[in-house]
Write a protein that binds this ligand. Structure first.
Ligand code: SF4
Length: 987
């Protein structure tokens, strides 16, 4: 007789039981019956593939150590390597000091003298200097190189030093050379970058509070800019922690001592840049508050200035581009900061900004997510469980560095600081306008202008935006050429000399007797501007500088071979492009520092005129009346581009026509306005304004990519199923060009959905519980409240992401009443409202892409035979279930088992009993398959979390594997229950 297989990992994390997985893992290793292939769904299989190749983080640490051994570094995690190398003696009369300045601040020194303090890093020996005071920062731009000639400075030493820098010196403001970041001065010094993460032990159901909950671990990774591996890796732990290969472990009995020792570590390592994930709003404020609560008074001195206390400030940030945001800031004198979460929120539009999901997206790796209540359990366990926590924490310190390298954020921001002149630390904490303003001030200064200090009051004045040529919706199987105005708005401003300094009013024109089109122009918006022959504007000059610098950077990029230098150049050309494009927005920002709607509305008015003119010119020239094979048609135009259907099927011909048309139209406009032919879409699906998809061709041999705009692939309030279905359908339609296959794929998915065969991870919707006082009722808020009533300990707290699915409810119930915790749904077999998913999530996006192709027939995708078969799970909880009598059926013929046709609690009816061995075999096979599947997912998670010998604790709501694992576990448990029925049988 079989004995029931042990149940696997418990469904709730509060019932965490070590070693419970052993039996199931054995199934995989022990070569149980081969598993049948089961469909995981699209997203799932991608995720699994990615995960299987992912090494555990303990492997990563070991590899880092091994690679170091060749460099003869002895100590674990770079323990003997904290401080910067000793300096050789400096002779101010003989030695010139050259350094990359990273931070400049104004201030008054100890004697009440005004000055400017500058921090930097030399290339040769990674030393820092502190120079003060300057009265004016002459031509100093963010992150550029400074040369202090020998004999021009005085070294400050011993007790007189005011900082912890290796070199501190004093000089006159005009005695240094500031090198523009060009040519050899484009390099970036080997700055020391510290990435860190902290763990706190929270109480059940309460997000950690610094007043009460201890900091239990701090992980740090230090990397030199330009290198890809951290040369210092360590973890500070409260209480003991087992050895970790590849990382130094420093254990402390007292939390206060641990914090102060970590501060000493910062002073010794002396990082130039401090990074992490959510460090601005969580780690730094928490550390500061905790140190205060513990009276660890030596702690809050993390900057480079001696005796200057580090303090947290509340900041409010408001910008048209990024919206309103309250956040915290912890300035560290002389050190740069980069919070990768803020960077992500600013630069990328994503479904979710958890570290887990950002890493999955950009690094192709999942990261386990341990709930804060589980962290406390691990901390209160053994040195081994604390080691586990430490590895988790170390990984969280390592990932921001990897993200930074991968996304080139540091290089790109450095270049942005150099291009715009603003200090690096402003780039994340301030809006766009400061960058334009900084350039404007510099230019105005050198040209002898003064800029009025206006109060950004804001006004409701609105002006007409860009033009959109009404799209001729449809599916185009002929090549569609796209003609783009390169840098449209900057080139309009340059071509027409639009600037604050050239704006004229009627009275001035009359007074000076100016002549139209000779001395000034009138814009389509009826504003007047002096022509450049009379007075060249500041903004056009700034734009010219930016654009010619970009041209140079792009040319250098082409010739550069070194990957690091290439990255710098690419960052530079990108920064230059963004800067040029933001000048127009600056003039139109009514709440900004220097709004001038005469400029911004003239720019858009010219833009609209140009798009219209382009359409007319192209359609007038390329027509059959002029001897062309077809009449060209502009099928769509938006802001700075038009899409032209020239007619021929031949790609080469269309490309040639595109280039020719671009040249023809360019000739009709004032320089430097330029229309360019860049790409062809073929085929092209034009859905509506700002929504389209197509295959993107720039060369004849092969298409470059599938491009889509405004189509549901990243919208965060959609479940994964929507993006999976839309992406796969587009692939079939545009790449395979197989409409039939796309249709049958969609029908199959809908049929699977209605029959409950879609993996639940595809149906989960997540939303952050951002505040307590939402106005309307919302699905995630209502659910959080219900979960709190069920179990306050595991319910989502403020700031957590709430994951939910929509379940079947009473007729007419609103979606917010039908949201439910996916785990609760799994455990209790609660039926999903599949119709909701079809009607509210899938139908609109599907119709959008299929209607242009199938016309009216598209609606048949949503109804028809494939929607007839519906299967609903039988819940085990809920109102009526209290009264329901559970019927048990025969495993052979499905007859209801009763006292007169079977034995109590048995598996089969009396008729099927002769087949009992066969049915038992079948059930064993089925259970085995499910066990193998569960074991696979379990092992995947173990790999992800870094150990094949420990239980999986991760509850990452952003990871599809999480729900698959939970579902697989439930399936195994159910199958075991069925198997147990054979125990009661007569054999
Ligand atoms: S569910 Fe598993 S695979 Fe996903 S993040 Fe957590 S541990 Fe990693």
């Amino acid at each position: 007789m079989p004995s029931a297989t042990k149940k696997g990992e418990p469904l709730e994390r509060t019932r965490y039981a070590p070693k419970a997985h052993a039996t199931l893992t054995d199934v995989e290793d022990g070569g149980g019956p081969a598993s049948k292939k089961r469909r995981l769904g699209n997203g799932a299989s991608f995720a699994s593939q990615a995960l299987q190749s992912q090494p555990s983080f303990t492997d990563v640490l070991e590899r880092l150590k091994k690679e170091e051994e060749t460099n003869a570094t002895e100590a674990e995690g770079g323990a003997d390597n904290w401080a910067r190398p000793e300096l050789s003696k400096i002779d101010p009369k003989r030695d010139t000091i050259i350094f990359q300045q990273i931070d400049v601040e104004e201030g008054v020194d100890g004697k009440g003298q005004f000055g400017i303090r500058m921090y930097g890093v030399t290339q040769a020996s990674f030393q820092d200097e502190d120079i003060k005071p300057f009265i004016e920062n002459l031509n100093v731009v963010g992150m550029n190189w400074i040369e202090v000639p020998a004999g021009q400075y005085r070294l400050i030493q011993g007790q007189s030093k005011r900082s912890n820098c290796q070199i501190e010196l004093h000089m006159r403001y005009d005695a240094f050379i500031s090198h523009p970041p060009e040519g050899a001065w484009q390099k970036i010094a080997p700055l020391r970058i510290l990435s860190f993460d902290i763990e706190c032990a929270g109480r059940k159901g309460i997000f950690p509070e610094a007043e009460k909950d201890p900091v239990i671990q701090i992980a740090s990774m230090v990397t030199r800019n330009g290198e890809d591996k951290p040369f210092i890796r360590n973890i500070f732990t409260l209480n003991t922690c087992s050895h970790i290969v590849g990382s130094q472990v420093l254990s402390f009995k007292e939390e206060g001592t641990m914090l102060e020792r970590w501060r000493d570590f910062i002073e010794e390592v002396d990082p130039d840049v401090v990074i992490g994930y959510n460090i601005s709003n969580f780690d730094f404020p928490y550390l500061m508050d905790r140190a205060k609560a513990l009276k660890a008074n030596r702690f809050p001195y993390l900057g480079r200035l001696r005796n200057v206390k580090t303090e947290v400030k509340n900041t409010h940030f408001s910008s048209r581009a990024y919206g309103q945001r309250d956040s915290k800031e912890t300035p560290l004198d002389g050190r740069l900061q980069m919070d990768l979460l803020q960077f992500m929120q600013r630069e990328h539009k994503l479904r979710s900004y958890t570290l887990n999901s950002v890493c999955a997206q950009f690094l192709g790796e999942q990261k386990e997510d341990v709930h804060h209540s589980v962290i406390t359990e691990l901390q209160n366990g053994t040195p081994e469980s604390r080691r586990r926590l430490a590895v988790y924490c170390l990984k969280d310190a390592y990932l921001p560095q990897r993200l930074m390298d991968k996304l080139m954020c540091f290089v790109n921001y450095t270049e942005m600081a150099r291009v715009t002149g603003v200090p690096f630390n402003y780039l994340l904490s301030r809006g766009q306008s400061i960058k334009v303003l900084s350039q404007l001030f510099r230019k105005a200064n050198s040209e002898g202008y003064v800029i009025p200090a206006l109060k950004g009051e804001g006004s409701d004045e609105a002006y007409e935006g860009a033009t959109v040529i009404e799209p001729s919706r449809g599916y185009y199987d002929r090549p569609i050429a796209t003609l783009d105005f390169s840098s449209l708005y900057p080139s309009i401003m340059m071509a027409h000399n639009l600037c604050y300094t050239t704006l004229l009013d009627k009275a001035t024109i009359d007074r000076l007797g100016l002549e139209k089109d000779v001395d000034y122009i009138q814009t389509p918006n009826n504003d007047f501007f002096a022509k450049s022959s009379r007075r060249k504007g500041l903004l056009p000059t700034i734009l010219e500088d930016l654009i010619s610098a970009r041209k140079r950077a792009k040319a250098d990029l082409k010739n550069e071979k070194d990957p690091f230098k290439k990255a710098v150049l690419d960052g530079r050309q990108l920064a230059l492009k963004i800067s040029a494009n933001s000048v127009y927005g600056f003039t139109g920002a009514t709440v900004g520092k220097l709004p001038c709607l005469a400029i911004s509305s003239s720019v858009t008015a010219y833009g609209r005129q140009m798009i219209e003119k382009t359409k007319q010119e192209v359609e007038a020239e390329y027509c059959m009346a002029n001897g062309h094979e077809f009449d060209a048609q502009v099928i769509y135009g938006d802001t700075d581009s038009v899409m032209v259907r020239f007619g021929p099927m031949d790609l080469a011909k269309v490309m040639a026509l595109g280039s020719e048309a671009a040249e023809l139209v360019t000739a009709k406009f004032i320089k430097p306005i330029k229309l360019e032919f860049e790409k062809v879409y073929w085929p092209y699906l034009l859905i509506s304004k700002k929504r389209y998809a197509g295959l993107y061709w720039t060369k004849l041999e092969k298409w470059d990519k599938m491009d889509s705009k405004g189509i549901e692939t990243v919208r965060r309030d959609n479940c994964r199923l929507v993006s999976t279905v839309i992406e796969t359908s587009l692939h079939k339609l545009l790449i395979d060009r197989d409409t039939k296959a796309a249709e049958s794929y969609v029908k199959q998915v809908i049929s699977d959905l209605l029959q409950n065969k879609i993996d639940m991870s595809q149906l989960v919707i997540t939303k952050a519980l951002a505040k307590t006082d939402y106005t309307g009722k919302q699905a995630h808020v209502e659910l959080a409240e219900r979960m709190k009533q069920r179990d306050a300990g595991s319910a989502p707290a403020l700031g957590d992401r709430v994951a939910y699915v929509i379940i079947k409810g009473i007729k007419g119930a609103a979606a917010y009443e039908k949201s439910e915790d996916p785990l609760y749904v799994l455990e209790n077999n609660i039926p999903i409202d599949t119709k909701y998913y079809l009607e509210n999530q899938l139908s609109k996006p599907l119709m959008r892409i299929f209607e242009p192709i199938l016309g009216e027939k598209a609606s048949s995708l949503l109804s028809g035979d494939h929607t007839r078969s519906i299967q609903i799970a039988t819940p085990t909880v809920g109102g009526l279930m209290k009264f329901a009598v559970k019927t048990v059926t025969c495993l052979g013929c499905k007859t209801t088992l009763r006292a007169n046709n079977s034995i109590p609690n048995g598996a089969v009816c009396n008729n099927c009993r002769p087949r009992i061995s066969e049915l038992y075999q079948k059930q064993i096979m089925n259970t085995s398959d499910l066990q193998v599947r569960f074991a696979r997912l379990w092992t995947q998670c173990q790999r992800c979390q870094g150990s094949l010998h420990q239980d999986v604790l991760c509850t990452s709501k952003d990871c599809p594997i999480f729900y698959m694992r939970k579902k697989a576990q439930k399936d195994v448990e159910d199958a075991n229950t069925v198997l147990e029925r054979f125990d009661e049988e007569i054999w």
